[in-house]
Design a protein around this ligand. Structure first.
Ligand code: NAP
Length: 311
């Protein structure tokens, strides 16, 4: 039976499928020094996207041929190091587009119409003392999408139903879409009423939503982030929110999860979600199935169903 190294907790049904077909060892369970003796026995690793496989771990797995990331974002896996070693890398794209896009649209409506704040208002008993303050209309507004990839396009398609005007910024122009491309994140932020961040994470997008982008979004502008916490300069965001230099934010991702900046916890202008973009039974099952099919396909045929584009 082939040996598979499991890195981090995975969906129980995926763990079950893996154990049925392979000799699975959970990295967290092995004693110190185990990989020095047994590292060469593993041809495959299946990793939670939160943890990934770094260069140091690859060095301890000299026979590794494939890494399957449970999740579409794989910035925690060192793809360059994998490429150097001829290790194939897979992720789980597309099957989560619907749920992550739903989360972005839900966050947008929540923060602009202030549903979460209004819910707290009712629970506190404040309604008996007077009406909830007026909020901001969503329909008909200008929405900027930073990163018009698979999820960004699914967000745009949903928003068409709200009669919003849509523009985007990605490094390259996206063909076949009716949305205007803005040359820079700053220009997009200056143009829109709400900026939705849907880029990939990793070094290439670190701090892309900078203090200057937030300044351009302005005191009436809203930010929604469903991509990665690293894409937004978090201290600059906290300063912009506490200083009223942007109107509000809906955040599913943070720079140091599960830690959320303390200043945000008391702000009614912020919707805080615990990284639940893809967290539905249906989508997680589809991600687990795709991860397992990648593993099985590679072990039996030497090819992946959804390899990452860099390799
Ligand atoms: P994708 O199809 O690869 O789209 C990524 C987009 O980001 C592309 O349009 C890309 O366009 C753009 N981009 C990358 N680097 C950029 C840069 N420096 N400046 C501007 N745009 C840049 O990926 P996807 O499947 O839509 O997923 C997007 C991300 O969503 C994932 O990587 C993950 O981090 C996040 N995600 C979050 C959750 C959650 O639970 N919240 C769940 C799933 C995914 P160009 O290459 O042309 O620039």
């Amino acid at each position: 039976m082939d040996r598979v190294l499991q890195i981090g907790p995975l969906l129980p049904s995926l763990e079950r499928d893996m154990r049925e077909h392979y000799d699975v060892v959970l990295l967290d369970d092995v004693p110190d020094g185990y990989l020095d003796e047994h590292g060469a026995e593993f041809a495959a690793a299946v990793a939670s996207s939160r943890i990934g496989v770094d260069r140091a771990l690859m060095d301890r797995l000299p026979s590794l041929r494939v890494i399957v990331n449970f999740g579409v974002g794989y910035e925690t896996t060192d793809v360059e190091a994998a490429k150097e070693r001829g290790i194939a890398v897979a992720n789980t794209p597309d099957v989560l587009n619907d749920c992550v896009a739903d989360t972005a649209v839900g966050g947008l409506i929540d923060v602009m119409r202030r549903f979460s704040a209004a819910d707290r208002f009712v629970r506190r008993g404040d309604w008996t003392r007077g009406p909830f303050p007026l909020a901001t209309k969503v329909s008909g507004k200008r929405v900027g999408i930073l990163g018009l990839g698979r999820i960004g396009r699914a967000i745009a398609r949903r928003l068409e139903g709200f009669d919003v005007e849509i523009a985007y910024h990605s490094r390259s122009r996206v063909e076949g879409v009716p949305y205007a491309r803005m040359e820079t994140p700053e220009k997009l932020a200056a143009w829109c009423d709400a900026l939705i961040v849907a880029t990939s994470g990793g070094a290439g997008t670190r701090g892309l939503v900078s203090a200057a982008v937030l300044e351009a979004l302005g005191p009436d502008g809203y930010l929604v982030n469903i991509s990665r916490g690293s894409v937004v300069d978090e201290p600059a965001l906290v300063a912009a929110l506490t200083g009223g230099r942007i109107a509000g934010a809906a955040l599913d991702v943070f720079a140091h999860e599960p830690d959320v900046p303390a200043e945000l916890l008391t702000l009614d202008s912020v919707v805080l979600l615990p990284h639940i973009g893809s967290a539905t039974h249906e989508t997680r099952r589809a991600m687990g199935d795709l991860a397992f099919r990648n593993l099985r396909n590679f072990m039996e045929k030497g090819t992946l169903i959804t390899p990452v584009p860099e390799i």
